[in-house]
Design a protein around this ligand. Structure first.
Ligand code: ZN
Length: 386
């Protein structure tokens, strides 16, 4: 590869990995200012890079930001979740173009669910040719075992247990593909667009049917040797507690997931409330609802203290169906975490709610994986370097 081609590849890679950047930030990637200017001019001329005005910071002119040209293609993200499939389409400049969802019964076989996914993706592409799709990221609600590629027992969507989701989705969608766990991909979304943007050591606590964690450690997604890292919902909180679906006793999920929270209110409220209803009632001042959410927060805080003691992230983010509870959950959570976390003279990491909506965060993360991975999902850029 000539030096010129190598420099061009470096600029394109930086824009893929980090999103829109100023010329000054690009020069920070190890290229001289004059090289950046020459390479950028060439890429703008070739229609690969485009220049836009960034947000105004303080007084003065807004920074000019360089990003990949939207016409280079789109990335699709898909979330297969309990009761619903969701998808999002983003262009290479990281704009969210469209997103949507379709309800699917939890008992539906993977093949049938994937037919619905294909229909949803086609609808969201809105006439764009399939050739413009760089790749599809697919999130499933459970760990994917590294060795076999199969989804593990902890998968909350039962028809997907012990299925190879990559093989199933590749067959159904016939597009370049990446598959990962929902919490991991939501973590990537918050690191790309949201609360964890630009950070290197982040834990993202994601609550759906169960509670999982996506770890970004040293700037990379950490899945563990077997792909099961981050099963926070199956860490033991009460050794004498109830039996969990996993066969363990007193797991965090038995005390703080959505189902265990709503179960606590059956007697007092006379019917099974949804977690969304419980949170709305709590915000309206319902004492019972506030109480069960605060209790769940304390349990998650205990688990988070253990997590912090082991991994020392700079930020912990909460996302998913418990995040709308806000301070009703986070207040008791932080208090419980602070009581148990080691204090090495440093302040504890902030524990905050994510910035991206729970209906789109996982699908956006699945698309972000495609946008960031230049090896598996190459751009249609011609390298004509001399
Ligand atoms: Zn368990």
């Amino acid at each position: 590869m000539s030096q010129r081609t190598a420099n061009r590849a470096r600029v394109i890679r930086a824009l893929r990995e980090r999103g829109p950047l100023s010329r000054r930030e690009l020069a920070g990637t190890g290229l001289s200012r004059s090289t950046v200017t020459a390479v950028v001019d060439e890429l703008v001329g070739a229609g690969v890079v485009t220049e836009t005005e960034g947000p105004v910071r303080g007084a003065g002119r807004p920074a000019q930001l360089l990003s990949l040209h939207p016409r280079l293609g789109v990335a699709v993200g898909v979330e297969i979740a309990n009761g619903v499939v969701r998808a999002a389409v983003c262009d290479v400049s990281r704009r969210l173009l469209s997103h949507g969802e379709i309800a699917v019964d939890d008992r539906t076989e993977p093949e049938k669910t994937l037919v619905v996914v294909g229909e949803l993706v086609d609808r969201l592409l809105d006439g764009r040719p399939r050739e413009s799709v760089l790749g599809v990221g697919v999130a499933i609600p459970g760990p994917i075992q590294r060795g076999t590629g199969r989804s593990g027992r902890a998968t909350t969507l039962k028809p997907w247990v012990d299925v190879n989701p990559y093989a199933a989705a590749a067959e159904a969608l016939r597009l370049p593909l990446a598959v990962d766990n929902d919490a991991n991909l939501a973590a990537v979304a918050e690191a790309t667009w949201g609360a964890a943007r630009g950070l290197r050591d982040v834990a993202y606590v994601y609550s759906a049917a169960g509670i999982g964690v996506g770890f970004i450690l040293n700037g990379s997604l950490y899945a563990g040797a077997n792909g099961t890292a981050g099963e926070l919902g199956h860490t033991t909180i009460d050794e004498n507690g109830e039996i969990c679906e996993c066969g363990g006793r007193g797991c965090l999920n038995t005390l703080a997931n959505a189902a265990s929270i709503t179960q606590n209110l059956r007697r007092s409220h006379g019917r099974e409330l949804s977690i969304g209803e419980v949170i709305t009632l709590a915000h309206d001042g319902d004492l019972g609802c506030r109480r069960v959410i605060a209790d769940a927060g304390r349990h998650i805080g205990l688990a988070a203290a253990n997590l912090y003691n082991l991994l020392d992230p700079e930020l912990i983010v909460l996302g998913g169906n418990l995040a709308p509870a806000g301070e009703i959950l986070l207040g008791p959570l932080r208090e419980s975490m602070a009581r148990r976390a080691i204090h090495a003279g440093e302040v504890l990491p902030p524990f905050i709610a994510g910035e991206l909506g729970q209906d789109v965060v996982v699908a956006m993360g699945a698309a972000a994986v495609v946008l960031r991975d230049d090896e598996r999902f190459p751009l249609p850029v011609r390298h004509t370097g001399k």
